[in-house]
Design a binder for this molecule. Structure first.
Ligand SMILES: CC(C)(COP(=O)(O)OP(=O)(O)OC[C@H]1O[C@@H](n2cnc3c(N)ncnc32)[C@H](O)[C@@H]1OP(=O)(O)O)[C@@H](O)C(=O)NCCC(=O)NCCS
Length: 185
């Protein structure tokens, strides 16, 4: 099974079917807060709904086309982060994430995204990593901004959330910017 150590407090793990209960219970506890920004929340109505989804994530990992991993903070499941897909032709990918509301404010997601940027540029040798955030999702936008990703522009009506469109802010980092930032030229 795929594991990644972010630091002493945070580990990332590819989810298995037996993790469905953990993911579902955190999602269910956070429904109102998560659905403000994520389009799939209402579709998840039981822990069984996660079985085909986890299977799809395992296949995605096996196909080397991205991965979705659980975030374990001090050994407890607190959210998810992942690469939506790997575009090997253009050497690029996008990152998505969500966190248990009570686990916000500790820098967990910033540390996870930084670890995924490192993995994308240094292990996978990708050239570009993108993050799209709702224009008014200031907590989400703060993550790429904190990590010095560049704001490239706005996709108008970039996402449909249940009954309305929102604009998407596009952030990216290129490999050369990662290596400059980390003094690895
Ligand atoms: C987006 C989301 C993950 C942001 O969570 P978050 O807790 O604000 O982000 P982090 O875990 O990186 O924590 C950053 C906070 O911890 C603080 N912090 C503490 N230690 C830190 C550290 N070592 N490094 C960075 N920040 C740290 C920061 O100052 C910041 O606090 P502030 O918001 O008061 O300024 C969360 O709000 C969420 O899941 N929202 C719903 C789903 C969503 O919007 N997903 C994204 C769709 S694009």
């Amino acid at each position: 099974m795929f594991y990644m150590t972010v630091d002493d407090e945070i580990k990332l793990k590819l989810l298995e079917k037996r993790d469905a209960e953990d993911v579902y219970s955190i999602l269910d506890k956070n429904r109102d807060y998560l659905r403000e920004w994520l389009p799939w929340v209402d579709g998840m109505k039981s822990k069984e709904d996660y079985h085909p989804v986890i299977e799809m994530w395992l296949k995605q990992f096996a196909a080397n086309d991205g991965f979705q991993v659980g975030i374990y903070y001090k050994e407890k499941f607190v959210g998810m982060v992942g690469f939506h897909e790997f575009n090997w032709g253009h050497k690029q990918t996008t990152i998505g994430y969500w966190l248990d509301g009570a686990s916000q404010g500790k820098g967990i997601m910033t540390r996870c995204v930084n670890a995924l940027l490192k993995y994308a540029f240094e292990e996978l040798k990708l050239n570009r990593v993108e993050i799209r955030c709702g224009e008014k999702n200031f907590k989400s936008r703060a993550i790429p901004e904190r990590l010095e990703m560049k704001h490239e522009g706005t996709i108008r009506d970039g996402e449909f959330l249940y009954d309305h469109f929102i604009n998407s802010y596009v952030y990216s980092m290129l490999a050369k910017e990662w290596f400059e930032k980390n003094n690895k030229c």
